[in-house]
Each structure stands twice: as structure tokens, then as C-alpha cells.
Design a protein around this ligand. Structure first.
Ligand SMILES: Cc1cc2nc3c(=O)[nH]c(=O)nc-3n(C[C@H](O)[C@H](O)[C@H](O)COP(=O)(O)O)c2cc1C
Length: 336
């Protein structure tokens, strides 16, 4: 019996689906999930996912080629559904025969799921509600990621524990479902596996691994951060929509609140129209994640982090993090 045998058995369906040793995905993180981290995750038996973000098809092509040079294990590509060149990005995935494409950021536009399946790729989708999850699975999605509001990055309003209770009893028997958001230790992984999940997806726990290219200042902010520092952005005015993002609070998050108040006032005073006002809010964070991850500007940049950030205390190789998660899961399952 291997050290993680119970865990392995419970992860079997997810691992078979991904073609990996362990059903542990490292969720795509824009600017962080590039060739180095993605290949390290896959080489350690997990499933790395390239964050395409706003990349052009050419850049994605380069990144996939570079990742393939660093690993011969399976990895996936995360595409944002509202990317204006989505079909060209899918064509790049087809060219490279990418096995799994994760469609994030909204309901997949018509034809996108079909285009991925046409070249033999498996499609993973996010769904905010059970009804939508069922619809997406009926219309061809191969697996589901349910991601709760504890997660880092763009989030929905419902916690992982509640989503797990709503989705897993209904879907897990017949579908591959991965649970994401707020997972920092293996005991939590064991619990979601027991509820029927096929595997898990983590981001925050891997963002500052040794192999991550994130700036030292970004990593330091994570090591210092506690759960309560990873806050969701708040919408101040009902007319000016804000898509909630969970990130470490800093000068930028404070200024964002002030900015919304200021723009709302100018809107009241008739100095800007609604479209302009909404654009100003939308553009506030443009380039801010890159500034934090690549340039190390953790003051005004967007230091996206989930609530599990308090459990990230030092730089560790990806293989050690995965080994630790599996050992914790196994110990928990053995104790039951
Ligand atoms: C810095 C950062 C950037 C992220 N960028 C993306 C992204 O580009 N696309 C996406 O689908 N999810 C993104 N996420 C979410 C992760 O893929 C993952 O689902 C999430 O981190 C899991 O929750 P956890 O942070 O609690 O582990 C990001 C998360 C972080 C922390």
C-alpha cells in the first residue's frame, strides 16, 4: 500500500480523466501559470493549466510549445470565454492537440465546446448554479469545476462548502466534478473526495511555489498575508457594476473604493455619462495583476489571493506541496 493509497483510490476517476497520477489541478492563474509552474505541477503528478488570460494566439502558441519542452506529462489550457479571439485560441489548442481545455469567465459561447471536442479535447467548465451545471454537462462539457468564494481571483457569491453540498450529491455519481476554493490542506481534500468529488483544484497554495515566477515581493505578501487580508472587492454604487475579485487588501483596494465614490459623484453631477463611468471603473484594475505578479508592485497592483493564503508560509517546491497535501489527506482518511 502506498502512502496515499486511500486518497489515490478516491481520486482514481479524476486522475483517469486528467491522465495524471493525482487528481489535483493547479487552477490557471494569469501571469503565474506559465511554462515553469505548469510543467512543475504536471511533472509532480498533478495537472498544470496554462492561463491564457489576454494572450494573443501567437503568445499562447509559444507558451504551449515552451511548456511541452519542459514536460511530457498532460497539462491543460484555460481560456477566458469573452476573449475576442476565442476561436483562434481554440485553433491553437487544436494544433497542439491539447487534451483538456478549461473554459472560464462565463457561459461558453455557442460552438466553443463543440470546437474543442472536434479536435478530441476534453472540456472543463465552471458553473455558478446547479441548473446551469446540468445544462452545460448535457450540452457536451466533460467535467465541472465548482469554485467557491474563498478562492483567489474572480469569484462568485457562494462559499465552496455550500456549493459542494448543493452540487456533489446531485452530480458526482455520474459526472467528473472538481472542487476549488479555499483548499489549503489535505484534510479538506479528503472531505470533498468523501462527498464524491473526483478531485480538487488549488491556486493560492501553489502560487508561490519555488517554480513560480511570481516576483519575490508578491511571494512575500502571500507569506505575510492572513485569511482576513484576502478580501473581495466591493461594489459601491448599484449603477457601476464590479465583478468581485478576491485579493490581498492594499493601497490599490482602498483607492478602488474611493474611485467608485468619485466616479458615482461625477455621474450624479452629469459630468460623465453612464457608459464612460462604467468604463472608468472597469479600467481601474487594467494591468494590475501583471504589476503585482511580474513587477512586484504589491501596493497598487492586484495581489489576487484566496483565503487559504494564511496557510502559505514559505516557498516550497511543487512536489513537496503535493506530497504534503496527499499525506494530510491520507492521514485524515486513515483516522476515520
Ligand atoms: C493570482 C491568481 C490569478 C488567477 N487567475 C485566474 C485566471 O486567469 N483564470 C481562471 O480561471 N482562474 C484564475 N484564478 C483562480 C484559480 O484558477 C483557482 O481556481 C483558485 O485560485 C482556486 O482557489 P484557491 O485560490 O482558494 O486555491 C486565479 C487565482 C489567483 C490566486
Amino acid at each position: 500500500m502506498t502512502a496515499s493509497s486511500k486518497t489515490s483510490a478516491m481520486m482514481r476517476r479524476g486522475a483517469e480523466f486528467l491522465g495524471t497520477e493525482h487528481a489535483i489541478l493547479c487552477g490557471a492563474m494569469s501571469w503565474v501559470s506559465e511554462r515553469n509552474l505548469v510543467s512543475a505541477i504536471s511533472n509532480a503528478g498533478g495537472f498544470g493549466v496554462i492561463a491564457c488570460g489576454a494572450m494573443t494566439p501567437e503568445l499562447l502558441d509559444t507558451e504551449i510549445t515552451a511548456t511541452k519542452a519542459l514536460t511530457d506529462k498532460p497539462f491543460g489550457v484555460n481560456l477566458i470565454t469573452m476573449h475576442p479571439m476565442l476561436s483562434d485560441l481554440i485553433a491553437v489548442c487544436a494544433k497542439h492537440q491539447i487534451g483538456h481545455v478549461v473554459l472560464a469567465g462565463g457561459i461558453p459561447p455557442k460552438g466553443s465546446v463543440e470546437a474543442i471536442k472536434e479536435f478530441g479535447g476534453k472540456v472543463l467548465v465552471f458553473a455558478p448554479t446547479l441548473a446551469l451545471a446540468k445544462k452545460l454537462l448535457r450540452s457536451g462539457a466533460d467535467a465541472l469545476v465548482i469554485e467557491g468564494s474563498e478562492a483567489g481571483g474572480h469569484i462568485g457569491p457562494v462559499s465552496t462548502s455550500v456549493l459542494a453540498q448543493e452540487f456533489l450529491p446531485e452530480l458526482a455519481a455520474d459526472h467528473v466534478v472538481f472542487v476549488a476554493g479555499g483548499i489549503g490542506r489535505g484534510e479538506m481534500i479528503a472531505s470533498y473526495l468523501e462527498m464524491g468529488a473526483s478531485g480538487v483544484q488549488l491556486g493560492t497554495r501553489f502560487a508561490c511555489a519555488t517554480e513560480s515566477i511570481a516576483h519575490p515581493a508578491f511571494k512575500k505578501a502571500f507569506f505575510r498575508g492572513n485569511a482576513r487580508d484576502a478580501v473581495a472587492s466591493v461594489q459601491v454604487d448599484p449603477r457601476l457594476p464590479v465583478i468581485p475579485v478576491r485579493a490581498l487588501k492594499n493601497k490599490g483596494t482602498e483607492e478602488f473604493t474611493a474611485k467608485q465614490i468619485e466616479v458615482a459623484k461625477r455621474l450624479d453631477d452629469g459630468l460623465v455619462d453612464m457608459g464612460q463611468a462604467q468604463l472608468e471603473i472597469e479600467h481601474f484594475w487594467a494591468g494590475a495583476l501583471r504589476r503585482a505578479v511580474i513587477d512586484g508592485d504589491v501596493e497598487t497592483g492586484s495581489v489576487m489571493a484566496g483565503q487559504s493564503v494564511g496557510m502559505v508560509t514559505k516557498e516550497e517546491p511543487v512536489a513537496d506541496i503535493i506530497a504534503q497535501l496527499l499525506a494530510e489527506s491520507e492521514a485524515a482518511l486513515t483516522k476515520r
